[in-house]
Design a protein around this ligand. Structure first.
Ligand SMILES: [Zn+2]
Ligand SMILES: [Zn+2]
Length: 437
């Protein structure tokens, strides 16, 4: 099938193209992307997608999600998580390896790859756990998993505590040319803690996680990355000082990148008032000063990418005491709306910069053949309406879980159509042309 997406504002950060134009999809790949489709490429047989008033972007990439398969299918599966991703405008997702069992070996990794191929409507680029069983004791099968398709190594959910183990993992990552994605948290400092440490935690009488627990590990991992030559990517950066540490490291040429998530620039720890467990996540939502620092980091490029840390949990895991509730919130279906409403509409970054942080930047960090609209690349395309206003209704989510603090929020911007490999996986082909009899 030939599909001509015509009249939209094309934003392709990888090539720098930003302007009104045409994108031609043929046999699952991009056949043309530019101002106007040349006559010699027209056959008259193409379906026309009228994208006027819409943005045509490379398919969004979420480089940090939890899809819970294998082992916790009651929270999410590769299928439901993939449908949520498609509805949110994502064509690629990068699941974390804290599955049950952990994705720490070739067999489990191959299961994820196969299940994804069979059931998931978007592309899945899996990661592997840094240590076996996420136990922080023995390194996992990094080399074997690399050849089976893992794109990165990570300690997410089970942060590496020993500097010596971190160093050894980094040496392996470097040898096999994979980035290490780290969840920076000194666990001894956050034991029994459930939210950010500060005035709000004091008022609520809850044990807080000091920002230093994040900052210390960011500093340590930057040092170890310098020692080993390993590419370091810091997951879900949330604190002012951590962002400054990355900024300084980048200024001296360190191989470090980082991401944040919409909750870290859309909420403060006051969202925990009323003991609202939906706002409980790790790292915790912090203070207004941190929100401002995240925005400054997005604006000056210190923060390379925006991910979601989509973390589905069942209702009973959230409708309980704050101390007992699970950490994390879902994000795939609200991310684009929050980015446009809270970062673009507020003047922190431009729409083109937002698209870059959700496409070309994560693709570059992970070395993915995605996130661009160049000719002959796979036709992964997201068509957002940046002006569409909508109300978040978790009951209508494709995700199996409902744990979002953004229910009822009015947002601006959402995906209209999501295309993976030339196939529409969400929305429909918007056409103004009347069918001929
Ligand atoms: Zn994490
Ligand atoms: Zn995570």
């Amino acid at each position: 099938m030939r599909l001509l997406i015509s009249g939209g504002r094309i934003i392709d950060p990888a090539s720098g193209f930003d302007g009104c134009g045409d994108v031609l999809v043929e046999d699952g790949v991009i056949a043309f992307c530019g101002e106007r489709l040349p006559d010699e490429l027209k056959t008259g047989g193409e379906r026309v997608y009228d994208a006027s008033g819409l943005v045509v972007a490379p398919g969004l990439i979420d480089m940090h999600v939890h899809l819970r398969e294998p082992g916790q299918e009651y929270k999410e599966t590769l299928e439901t998580g993939g449908m949520a991703a498609a509805a949110g405008g994502f064509t690629s997702v990068v699941p974390m390896p804290n599955t049950v069992p952990a994705t720490d070996n070739r067999a489990t990794l191959e299961f994820v790859v196969r299940r994804a191929r069979e059931t998931c409507p978007v592309r899945v680029w899996p990661t592997i756990a840094a240590t076996k069983g996420n136990a922080n004791e023995e390194m996992s099968e990094i080399a074997e998993c690399r050849s089976a398709g893992a794109v990165a190594v990570t300690d997410d959910a089970f942060p590496l505590q020993s500097a010596e183990m971190t160093r050894r993992v980094m040496e392996y990552c470097r040898t096999f040319d994979m980035p290490l994605l780290t969840h920076c948290e000194d666990k001894a400092m956050t034991k029994f803690a459930v939210m950010n440490e500060g005035l709000t935690s004091t008022l609520l009488g809850l044990k807080g996680m000091p920002k230093a627990a994040e900052d210390l590990q960011v500093a340590r991992n930057i040092e170890l990355s310098g020692l080993t030559g390993c590419r370091l990517h810091i997951l879900h950066i949330s604190s002012e000082r951590s962002i400054q540490l990355v900024r300084e490291a980048k200024a001296r040429g360190a191989q470090v990148t980082c991401e944040t998530c919409p909750q870290y620039f859309s909420l403060t720890d006051e969202a925990c008032f009323g003991y609202d467990t939906l706002a409980k996540c790790s790292p915790p939502i912090r203070t207004q000063a941190d929100v401002e620092a995240v925005k400054a980091g997005l604006a000056d490029g210190t923060i390379d990418a925006i991910a979601t840390d989509h973390a589905p949990h069942a209702t009973h895991e959230k409708e309980c005491e704050f101390q007992a509730a699970a950490f994390g919130m879902i994000g795939l279906e609200t991310s684009l709306g929050l980015v446009i409403s809270k970062a673009v509409e507020t003047g922190v970054i431009t729409l083109a910069e937002a698209v870059k942080k959700m496409t070309a930047a994560p693709a570059q960090i992970l070395g993915l053949p995605a996130g661009r609209l160049s000719v002959q690349s796979p036709a992964d395309i997201t068509i957002p309406d940046p002006n569409a206003e909508w109300t978040v209704d978790p009951e209508r989510f494709f995700s199996k879980s409902r744990n979002t603090p953004f229910g009822g929020w009015r947002l601006k911007g959402r995906a209209v159509t999501t295309i993976v490999g030339g196939q529409v996986v969400y929305g429909e082909i918007r056409s103004t042309q009347k069918a001929t009899a």
